[in-house]
Design a protein around this ligand. Structure first.
Ligand SMILES: Cc1ncc(COP(=O)(O)O)c(C=O)c1O
Length: 445
């Protein structure tokens, strides 16, 4: 959108195009959406974007290290994805799943090829919420059990069931919950009890899960679902042995392992296509959304053949597998594959991590640096303590934006800055972004 096209709608008092848009938004969009703009900071109205860069309607330029919440995976307006989308729109835009569409089959074939283990059969929807819903439905039909275990600090979406899976009070609204969905302690090494070794912490988590299964479930479960790195939870990385240790307990309780890769997939964590491959376990079901289609609304649930076979009731998603969004998914995955972007994520992720570690050495208020590949976080605390300091995290987020760097935020206390550049980010952009972050960090010291 050209900045000029907005001249007619500038705020009469301030002359700001952003203010004029905000007034219009407030009149006709859900109020909470306006309160959530830039995490409650100064609203940013998007004009246009390309590659790593985004321009607001006032003409300011930003380096985008959050990519629409880890969704723009191969750069804003990536030429190849745009071309594939336009071509599909000219060919056929929508038919529903009542017909065969080759592009949908091609994406399913590709997912079967690149996901780990025996995952072979996909169901497409429009969001991560629906992908996770399908996973739970399939787990229940396959096992005949109802109880589902998720982790505290997980985020699974905004349907009633997925709010029940989500373990942040701030994201649970409406009070209609599935009583068979229950949360256990999530692994977060930084927040483990004081003085406890990593080994003892892992034992503690496993014992707690074991006790939980014996006391707070039917004794039989349908599934255990987790993100390998909790996204909204603040990029908390599960300990290396975590999934290998919990899997026998899940299997013993008759459950299957569902891994939510909505944020961690497609090379994001470096070296592998999927995040869970770092943990050496094979899920029965995996879910995807966000970065799978560079911004198109696609959710995908991939299952082993036997789990898929158990879903016999009629089920349909009108837009799921829509040819246009599938063309975007196929072009995005092909781009990642051809450029081997999991390697770039590993290389640029290490470069980013080294700069973040150096920043933490300079500023005592950075309590923890964590993440994998191009999914890195800074936890902001009161200097010399582990006490969360969400006010300084906000200040840092806003200072970064003021010097031209867009980041995200999250975590149990809202004190964790989330940094997730595009998978095809260059070393120069990493250096430029880290320079901007250094500048912002010095301002809030
Ligand atoms: C790990 C995870 N799962 C599921 C979802 C829900 O995805 P959507 O917002 O596309 O419904 C999200 C969204 O942030 C997520 O981060």
């Amino acid at each position: 959108m050209a900045v000029d096209t907005l001249k007619s709608s500038r705020d009469p008092e301030t002359g700001s195009a952003t203010a004029a848009l905000l007034t219009r938004q407030k009149a006709h969009l859900l109020p909470v959406q306006s309160r959530m703009l830039y995490y409650g900071g100064r609203p940013l109205a998007v004009g246009r974007a390309r590659g790593d860069w985004l321009w607001d309607v006032e003409g300011n330029r930003y380096l985008d290290f959050f990519g629409g919440i880890l969704t723009v995976s191969v750069g804003h307006c990536n030429e190849e994805v745009v071309e594939a989308t336009a071509e599909q729109m000219r060919t056929v835009g929508h038919t529903s799943t009542l017909y065969l569409n080759e592009i949908t089959i091609k994406v399913a074939e590709k997912l079967a090829e690149i996901t780990p283990g025996r995952l072979q059969v996909s169901f497409f929807t429009n969001s991560g919420t629906e992908a996770d819903e399908m996973a739970i439905m399939a787990a229940r039909t396959y096992t005949g059990n109802r109880d589902v275990i998720s982790l505290r600090h997980a985020y699974s979406g905004r349907s009633a069931s997925m709010m029940a899976m989500t373990a942040h009070s701030t994201w649970r609204q409406g009070g209609v919950y599935d009583g068979h969905i229950k949360q256990v302690r999530s692994p977060n090494l930084y927040r483990r009890p004081n003085g406890m070794s990593e080994e003892a912490y892992l034992d503690f988590l496993v014992d707690d899960l074991s006790d939980f299964l014996a006391t707070c479930t039917d004794g039989k479960i349908a599934a255990f679902m987790a993100e390998p790195i909790q996204g909204v939870g603040g990029f908390a990385v599960a300990p290396a042995d975590y999934f290998r240790r919990v899997l026998p307990l899940i299997e013993e309780a008759g459950g299957i392992l569902i891994i939510d890769e909505v944020q961690t997939a497609w090379g994001r964590t470096g070296r592998h296509w999927c995040g869970i491959e770092h943990w050496g376990v094979e899920p029965d079901v995996m879910t995807f959304a966000k970065g799978i289609a560079n911004g198109a609304p696609v959710g995908a649930t991939i299952m082993t053949p036997e789990v898929a076979e158990s879903v016999q009731a009629l089920t349909l998603s009108t837009f799921g597998g829509n040819p246009v969004s599938m063309a975007q998914a196929f072009a995005t995955i092909s781009y990642i594959e051809r450029h081997r972007l999991w390697e770039n994520a590993e290389a640029q992720g290490s470069r980013l991590r080294a700069r973040l570690d150096a920043l933490a050495d300079r500023h005592e208020y950075v309590g923890d640096v964590r993440g994998m590949g191009l999914m890195q976080a800074l936890e902001v605390v009161a200097p010399g303590t582990r006490d969360p300091d969400p006010a300084r995290a906000d200040a840092l987020l806003n200072a970064a934006r003021d010097v031209g760097l867009l980041l995200g935020k999250g975590g149990r206390y809202g004190n964790t800055l989330r940094i997730a550049p595009m998978l095809n980010v260059s070393a120069e952009s990493i250096d430029e972004g880290c320079g901007l972050l250094d500048e912002a960090a010095a301002q809030v010291a």
